[in-house]
Structure formats: structure tokens, C-alpha cells
Design a protein around this ligand. Structure first.
Ligand SMILES: [Zn+2]
Length: 113
């Protein structure tokens, strides 16, 4: 389960951002999770609750924005939407695709008190 590692690195980002702003408490964390990132959102929420216990982000609301997947198709020579890794190009049906967006997760912003 790599969600625990993700939650821990999220907490590091959140804590250092909060400290930079002199915040004593984080009330919400907004995340962008790519459709192709294989992050299990329920597991991530669970892990986030666990790792933030006792930190300044304890009890913070976790808001999740899903980012759609995108790939570059060599055959078409353009960017195309991609629902899932391993899917063919929706335009030409080919597999010469390089994922360009939606395969990662990042902390977009945080709300502090
Ligand atoms: Zn194509």
C-alpha cells in the first residue's frame, strides 16, 4: 500500500507550508489526483487521518480534485485524452502514447487558521 508513503510526504509538504505562513493549524488540504495515478482515494484518506494525528493538520478536511489523464500520440502528433494507462489512442486506436498529464498527485493548496 503506497498510500501511506504518499500521505507522509503530503504531511511534510503541508507542515512546511503551514510553518512558512506561521499557521498553528491546517483546516483543509486540497489535492489534485490524476486519473492515471493509481492512487486509491479511500486508502489515502484513511492514511492521511492516521499520519496527521497529533500534527497541526489533525482533523483537516481533505478535498480532492481529479485531474483527467492526457497523453501525447506519436501517430496523431497531438495530445489526446486518456482514461486509463494501457488504453489505445481514442483518435487513431494506436498505442504510441506517452502520458503527459494525470499520472501524479500533488498538494494544490492548504487552508490555515
Ligand atoms: Zn492517435
Amino acid at each position: 500500500m503506497h498510500e501511506m508513503a504518499l500521505a507522509e510526504s503530503m504531511l511534510e509538504i503541508v507542515e512546511s507550508a503551514a510553518r512558512k505562513h506561521g499557521a498553528s493549524r491546517v483546516s483543509a488540504v486540497r489535492l489534485e489526483i490524476g486519473a492515471l495515478s493509481h492512487v486509491a482515494v479511500d486508502a489515502l484518506r484513511f492514511c492521511f487521518d492516521a499520519v496527521t494525528r497529533g500534527s497541526l493538520a489533525e482533523g483537516a478536511r481533505l478535498e480532492i480534485d481529479a485531474t483527467p489523464g492526457e497523453a501525447w500520440c506519436m501517430t496523431c502528433g497531438e495530445g489526446v485524452p486518456l482514461a486509463q494507462v494501457g488504453d489505445p489512442c481514442p483518435r487513431c486506436g494506436g498505442y504510441q502514447l506517452t502520458v503527459t498529464r494525470g499520472d501524479d498527485m500533488r498538494v494544490k493548496d492548504i487552508e490555515i487558521d
